[in-house]
Design a binder for this molecule. Structure first.
Ligand code: MGD
Ligand code: MGD
Ligand code: SF4
Ligand code: MO
Length: 729
């Protein structure tokens, strides 16, 4: 493998830090190596172990390098030429090696040339739409994709398919934080401040965010703050690598964040620690907040959560009195049916103490995926158009339709969230699905339903690098591009938009994702709306479509990005310097004020009871990334964590009589699975933690509940009720 062109600088494909990396020629195979980049200001000279190994999956022998179709499920209406239709050794080996238990054993993949693949897919889509209507075809995208590809997928659904059904895996990720930020601030940019402000904070609250294991290169910012005298509090049911550096670690049972937070707010209000002039001048809703919080005296909070009254008071006083401070949240409290309310309550803390909109202060929902931020700004979400506009807003429709050269009346209405979309597949309403950049069988809650649903589809097209668990059910598996192959822009967790160049050519017949989308549009007879010479043309159109929207990119260009190493949105004109620190003068609601929301804590969807007496919570470990499609194919990472290990407390181990070498069986109302087990003091006694990076019998999402937050439609990944039994080793 060699660098086929000019560009050796890139960015890691995994988390939202988007650390810079450099590809360097090296001796031996594969002839390339990854080094941290000294140039990117976000994590200068740093990469975590995932970043250092990011080349492995790109060069992996299981990469899909030609369009493949399932000969046992699909009869092609065409008579492809001899060389067009033949079984590929690569395809065959890939399936056999990676998924020996595939539904039809002995891989039935055959390869076909792109023109046949595109023609076949387009004609099937047209036939299904003619029979069942445009909405019978849906698109499911991902937050690892570039802004350009996210934008094009949204446009493709609305303009080429004319379907309302598009959503993406970011629904499972940032949707609760996004809804809360929109409600409180009128704007959703995960972090309201750049990372460079963290060292200026004197008090930092980290709730349900395991930064040391999930955004490792952010740690130096927190350590710098600590060195400058900051107090750090972590709130998590587990001791994590992050909680190790905390001054106070609150080991909370999952589901109790709003109770605990009401305790803090209660102390701040009753001890008159509220930033009064800030609250008066810059917020609304204070009275409603007081009313909700008043029943939650620290004594009552201790009773409900087990967190000592004194600890509640210490944290409340410490945070309120600190000169500067920050609140960071992540999926721990967001991936719940009360995720939006939980997040709003943490935002309340930042607002009530005036710790936002100035140096050393801010609220941040720590974004997860590479482009988890940009992915939710350009119209890949069921209810959105580019620029973070709402698809139901007539002015937004008019603006975007004009940029796209269509009549606003042609734009469909809003669709449904990711899990609801998959449910519509199960119910038979959606007949064809295009998945690009996600592996929903592993990452969706109650995943047995998803597995069943995908088998009902009349057409499933998956564009990926690998034959993932989801791709196993595809009629067509198309070779997509990796991060080193696709040029484009991404937006990191700070809201910093940057340019990522192309370092490698896609292998074999693999195609750049954006070219595939445009060519399929062409095949569907809508090519006139997808005429781009280069990916930069797509960006320029995106910038135009975003003009005047909340996420305004209209002042950003490839030229500027190449010169300036990133620009923070909103950036509404070519002269604008971008906006690293939000809300210095006003919030984004029409009256310029932020909203406080009084939160009355609610129960989880599936509270524990005598039949299912323990809480299962799920999340991440350092060596794997999301559905594991990439990291399970990375030898250096997979070797260290070859399978999921459940964490349980010694109390629970004793209760079930766990012996040395035993495993545990976890049974929820949906399924029952056996896991290896680690006994640790560092977990709340009634809670079991299992990482979700595996498929099949190792996939914890077979157990999780599919209840959704009523506003964000975020699944409750972090709480379901289970039984725990020992399994003799
Ligand atoms: N190594 C690695 N890094 C990643 C990823 C990965 O898969 N692997 N994924 C990326 C992505 S897409 C995302 S979204 C981020 C996610 O980053 P995080 O949100 O930090 O990761 P999680 O492990 O899902 O959850 C964080 C913590 O929430 C805790 N928690 C569970 N329930 C509760 C609760 O009720 N309240 C509170 N306060 N805490 C709770 C868990 O114990 C866990 O330690 O990470 C990104 N970085
Ligand atoms: N139980 C439980 N479940 C969870 C969570 C949890 O905490 N607990 N967290 C949720 C969260 S926060 C997230 S973000 C989701 C993510 O869940 P998924 O969407 O399943 O995550 P990925 O593994 O990133 O899937 C991306 C797929 O796209 C492919 N891919 C990567 N880059 C590209 C590209 O550029 N082009 C193409 N064509 N393909 C590409 C990869 O090979 C992979 O198969 O999981 C959610 N599921
Ligand atoms: S911190 Fe995130 S972006 Fe940086 S190298 Fe690690 S996984 Fe990649
Ligand atoms: Mo995520």
């Amino acid at each position: 493998m060699s660098l086929t062109n000019k560009q050796t600088a890139s960015h890691c494909c995994f988390c939202s830090m988007q650390c810079g990396l450099t590809l360097q020629p090296s001796g031996g195979s594969p002839g390339l190596t990854v080094k941290p980049s000294p140039d990117f200001p976000v994590a200068t000279g740093l990469l975590c172990q995932k970043g250092l190994n990011a080349l492995d999956h790109v060069l992996h022998p299981e990469r899909i390098t030609a369009p493949l179709f399932r000969t046992d499920w699909l009869k092609l209406p065409f008579r492809p030429s001899e060389e067009g239709l033949r079984e590929t050794a690569a395809g065959k080996e890939a399936s056999a090696a990676a998924f020996p238990s595939a539904r039809s054993a002995g891989a039935a993949w055959s390869s076909a040339p792109w023109d046949i693949a595109l023609k076949d897919i387009a004609s099937r889509i047209q036939a299904l739409q003619a029979q069942y209507g445009n909405d019978a075809v849906a698109v499911y995208g991902g937050g690892s994709l570039t802004n350009e590809v996210c934008y094009l997928l949204g446009k493709f659904t609305r303009v080429a398919l004319r379907s309302r059904y598009v959503d993406y895996n970011g629904r499972y990720c940032m949707s609760s934080a996004a809804a809360a930020s929109n409600q409180a601030f009128g704007l959703d940019r995960g972090m309201t401040m750049p990372l460079s402000e963290i060292p200026n904070a004197k008090y930092i609250i980290l709730a349900g965010t395991n930064i040391a294991e999930c955004q490792p290169t952010m740690m130096p910012y927190l350590l710098a703050a600590k060195k400058n005298g900051a107090k750090i509090v972590t709130i998590d049911p587990r001791n994590t690598m992050t909680s190790k550096m905390a001054d106070i670690h609150v080991r909370l049972q999952p589901g109790f964040d709003s109770v605990f937070m009401n305790g803090l707010l209660h102390v701040i209000i009753t001890e008159q620690l509220v930033a009064k002039s800030f609250v008066d001048e810059r917020t609304t809703g204070f009275d409603q907040l007081v009313e909700a919080v008043m029943p939650f005296t620290p004594a009552r909070v201790e009773e409900l959560t087990g967190v000592l009254e004194g600890v509640v008071r210490t944290i409340a006083r410490g945070f309120a009195k600190a000169e500067t401070g920050m609140v960071l949240t992540a999926r721990g409290l967001e991936q719940q049916v009360n995720g939006v309310e939980n997040t709003l309550n943490y935002i309340n803390l930042a607002l009530l103490t005036g710790k936002i909109g100035r140096r050393g202060c801010g609220y941040g929902a720590v974004t997860g995926q590479a482009n988890g931020q940009g992915g939710r700004e350009h119209g890949l979400k069921a209810d959105q158009l580019p620029g973070y506009r709402l698809i139901e807003d007539p002015a937004a429709r008019e603006h975007v339709a004009k940029v796209w050269g269509i009549d606003p009346g042609e734009l469909p209405g809003k669709g449904v969230s990711a899990y609801e979309l998959l449910k519509k597949v199960d119910e038979g309403e959606i007949k064809a699905l295009l998945v690009l950049g996600s592996n929903p069988i592993v990452s969706s809650p109650n995943s047995r339903m998803v597995e069943r649903a995908l088998q009902k589809l009349e057409l499933l097209v998956v564009v990926d690098m690998f034959e993932t668990e989801t791709a196993k059910y595809a009629h067509w598996l198309l070779p997509g591009s990796s991060f080193l192959e696709g040029e484009g822009t991404l937006t990191n967790l700070e809201g910093r938009v940057f340019h990522r160049g192309q370092a490698l050519e896609p292998p074999g017949q693999a195609k750049l994702d954006y070219r595939f989308i445009c060519e399929l549009a062409e095949e569907l007879g809508r090519g006139q709306y997808f005429q781009y010479e280069t990916i930069e043309d797509v960006f320029n159109e995106l910038a135009l479509a975003s003009a005047g929207g909340k996420a305004d990119y209209s002042g950003i260009s490839y030229d500027r990005l190449k010169r300036e190493k990133g620009l923070f949105w909103p950036c509404p004109s070519p002269e604008h310097a971008g906006t690293p620190l939000l809300f210095e003068e006003r919030f984004h609601h029409p009256n310029g004020k932020a909203r406080l929301f009084g939160i009355t804590p609610k129960m989880p969807a599936e509270p524990i009871d005598t039949d299912y007496p323990y809480v299962l919570t799920t999340g991440r470990i350092p060596n794997h990334y999301l559905s594991g499609a990439q990291t399970r194919r990375t030898e250096g990472l997979n070797r260290k964590s070859p399978e999921p290990v459940a964490e349980i407390h010694p109390w629970l181990a004793g209760k079930i009589g766990l012996g040395v070498g035993d495993k545990i069986r976890l049974t929820s109302r949906r399924d029952s699975l056996v896991f290896q087990v680690k006994v640790t003091e560092g977990i709340q006694p009634r809670t079991v933690f299992v990482p979700f990076h595996w498929g099949g019998e190792m996939s914890v999402n077979r157990l999780t509940v599919d209840a959704l937050d009523p506003t964000s439609r975020m699944p409750e990944f972090k709480i379901c009720a289970v039984q725990v039994e020992r399994v003799h080793g």
